[in-house]
Design a protein around this ligand. Structure first.
Ligand code: WTA
Length: 700
């Protein structure tokens, strides 16, 4: 292993130069390999291009179908690929009913409440079957929902969330789960976009030792949906403690109902799972992209479920005997694919933890792992960084042994990876660094845990059946091992890709395919590479190192936030004339938004008040997850002669980097003024920043 080899090379304008050294590799243990689901190296041949798209039947055959598919991949309407057409299945049946014969008495979910005094609750497959049926009956017969309807679910990490999702899937109702940490306003806008007339809520939940009043945001959600022209007829409210209301906001007569009360009328009811077309949408998941409005990523039933089941089996190495814990929130794609649908389709036991990882201390995850004997663990670099900082030696104090661990959502620093490996994994667990996106449904890049070496900081090569390629801005392929980074694309379609953006086919094409499409008339998938919007570099061995987003999206703690969304929130504050949001490096969260605003003339309010108002507005319009690290009030923004705000320059100042060439700006003098304001008097800083920050705002 040549650790001293520095990768770097000549680059042109369309390319990104990177200066990383190759990391030492690690190998899976013989013990792990012996028991792994995927240990036959012929998988690469089975999923090679000559066997595409037929290779993906290997995943589809892991499911139970009501009607077999006629065609594996239909490319008649590019890039709206269709998978397993003609096939019929039910996602809920696959995740619940089909396990009853063998596993009815086995835990499907183990719910761990945040309060340590509250014991974990195991919910067996039989119990989840009974509960999902009752909820499905309620949704159908009380809320009047039927297949194809959309319903917005705004709930925290309690077992009623996956139960509600599965009940929707049983009926073919399309669920749209909005992350519990988002504000009522954000929830309402998404409900309106999806055309939901039913909202499903929870009254309260525990977070950081406090019982949070969640239902109070429902009023805002209903109101903001109404402003967008969408009426909400019913708000169904799960109570954290049935019979005891944990919110101060009054229930609205005729609109709001307690689920535990309504369910009494459906006790023991059974609902036949509806046979859904493979191409019927299963759910929507909103995510941030290049323009202000969040995109409703529309996932299909057959291809999605096949893809998450296959990838859960091969890359998470899940078996029914395992205790699997993914610490993500179900309100994000990771939770949908790798807490709910993938693991349950495999008959796994999936742990759901209500609270924050550091409550009451950074030892909490290790206590839970010890207590439940978790053997597969899945989390994000942000959580790993936080746990490492707050309790470096804590994992050693607890008797747990992971066979397998995952990192997902953002690049992980090699140092942090090594702590995860040595201290959390105790040198025994294999690690997969999985790169993928809301749009992709499941993993696209990862090592094959029993077959490949691990390289700290690198997501693995493309997983079987996924053929990644890196292009520069001039559509030139960047060769593996060239040391040059570019835009990460996937050459081929796969079953987990979204069908479209809800209600916006044109945006789907524009965002993911327009840039690198070779021929818009072509019906050959080879002419339609998928553009992921991430910068990356491919090593000679095919491993990918991800630089981060090339668009104006900031990845905070592994979650995508649209800068335009944040900027428009700032502009709703009366005093604000202009706003620009840039990423600033944060030791724990990876990146955080830093906000620059300029004020309208003649503003009387104190700067402190305006800053507080901006922060407050962001929390109410988007959620606490988007809270800025700082708000800077500046006299003016650095601008091009055509009036475009130069976010790149602000990002450089915030991150103590070289501001680069500013000679073409309309107002170059403002740059030094802002620099002194942010960094203080002192010498000009020229730190080498991380690649994503360096290139922030440079790619159109
Ligand atoms: C980033 C989360 C580096 C990337 C599953 C991507 C990663 C965005 C990794 C998607 C990884 C995800 N290494 N970066 N292993 N995984 N990302 O839609 O920028 O919330 O485009 O999906 O997260 O975020 P999303």
């Amino acid at each position: 292993m040549d650790q001293s080899k520095i990768i770097s090379s000549e680059v042109n304008e369309a390319q990104i130069a990177v200066h990383w050294k190759e990391e030492e590799i690690y190998r899976p243990s013989a013990k792990f390999i012996a028991q792994a689901n995927l240990k036959d190296a012929s998988v690469m041949d089975r999923f090679s291009e000559k066997n595409f798209p037929g290779c993906f039947t290997e995943y589809a055959e892991m499911l139970t179908w009501i009607e077999p598919w006629r065609e594996i991949l239909d490319t008649s309407d590019p890039p709206f690929w269709k998978w397993f057409t003609g096939g019929k299945l039910n996602a809920c049946f696959n995740c619940v009913d089909r396990h009853l014969e063998k596993y009815k008495n086995k835990a499907a979910l183990i719910f761990v409440p945040e309060a340590e005094e509250e014991a974990p609750v195991a919910i067996t497959y039989q119990e989840i079957y009974a509960r999902v049926n009752e909820v499905a009956a309620m949704l159908r017969d009380f809320a009047g929902l039927t297949s194809g309807d959309r319903v917005t679910i705004h709930m925290p990490m309690i077992p009623e969330l996956p139960i509600t999702m599965l009940a929707c899937a049983r009926l073919g109702v399309i669920h749209s789960v909005v992350f519990g940490g988002f504000s009522g306003e954000a929830c309402g806008l998404r409900a309106a976009d999806s055309g939901s007339r039913v909202l499903i809520y929870a009254d309260s939940y525990y977070r950081g030792g406090k019982l949070i009043d969640h239902k109070s945001s429902a009023e805002v959600a209903v109101e903001s949906a109404r402003r967008e022209g969408q009426n909400i007829d019913k708000v169904l409210v799960w109570r954290r403690y049935p019979g005891k209301y944990g919110s101060v906001t009054p229930m609205v007569e005729g609109r709001d109902f307690f689920v535990d009360e309504v369910l009494k009328n459906f006790r023991g009811k059974k609902i036949q799972p509806v046979a859904m077309d493979a191409e019927a949408p299963l759910f929507l998941m909103y995510t941030s992209g290049t323009t202000g409005k969040p995109k409703g990523c529309q996932h299909r039933t057959g291809g999605y479920l096949a893809y998450v089941t296959g990838t859960s089996k091969y890359f998470q190495d899940i078996k029914p005997e395992d205790v699997y814990w993914c610490m993500a929130d179900i309100g994000w794609i990771t939770g949908h694919s790798y807490i709910v649908y993938g693991p349950l389709a495999l008959g796994a036991t999936s742990v759901i933890y209500e609270g924050v990882p550091n409550y009451p201390s950074a030892a909490r995850p290790w206590k839970i792992a010890e207590r439940l004997d978790v053997n597969i663990f899945h989390t994000s670099p942000t959580a790993i960084r936080m746990l490492r900082k707050a309790g470096f030696d804590e994992p050693q104090k607890y008797d747990f042994h992971f066979k397998h661990m995952t990192t997902v959502g953002e690049p992980i620093e090699p140092e942090v990876w090594k702590w995860y490996y040595e201290v959390v994994g105790k040198g025994e667990a294999v690690i997969v660094d999985t790169w993928w996106q809301t749009e992709t449904g499941g993993f696209l890049c990862s090592t094959k845990p029993a077959l490949d070496a691990m390289k700290p900081g690198s997501a693995g090569p493309g997983v079987p059946g996924i053929y990644p390629i890196i292009y520069d801005e001039d559509n030139q392929e960047m060769q593996a091992g060239s040391g040059k980074a570019g835009n990460l694309c996937i050459r081929n379609p796969w079953p987990g890709i979204i069908q479209t953006i809800w209600g916006d086919r044109e945006r789907f094409v524009r965002q993911y395919y327009q840039k690198y499409c070779r021929n818009p008339q072509s019906k050959d998938w080879k002419d339609w590479p998928y553009f992921a919007g991430d910068g990356a570099l491919m090593a000679a061995d095919g491993y990918l190192r991800i630089l981060g987003r090339v668009d104006d999206v900031i990845n905070v703690a592994g979650h995508r936030l649209g800068t335009k969304e944040l900027e428009s929130a700032c502009l709703t504050v009366d005093e604000v004339a202009e706003a620009a949001v840039v990423p600033v490096v944060d030791e724990i969260k990876g990146r955080m938004p830093e906000i620059y605003i300029s004020l309208k003339p003649g503003i009387k309010a104190s700067p402190a008040d305006v800053k507080a108002k901006v922060t407050q507005t962001i929390e109410t319009m988007i959620g606490k997850i988007a809270r800025p690290k700082t708000v800077q009030i500046v006299p003016d923004m650095p601008k091009t002669r055509s009036g475009k705000i130069m976010r790149r320059v602000l990002a450089a100042i915030s991150n103590h980097m070289n501001v680069g060439d500013i000679s073409t700006l309309a107002n170059p003098d403002i740059v030094e003024q802002i620099r002194v304001q942010v960094q203080g008097q002192g010498p000009v800083e020229t730190q080498e920043g991380p690649e994503d920050v360096k290139h922030f705002g440079t790619v159109e």
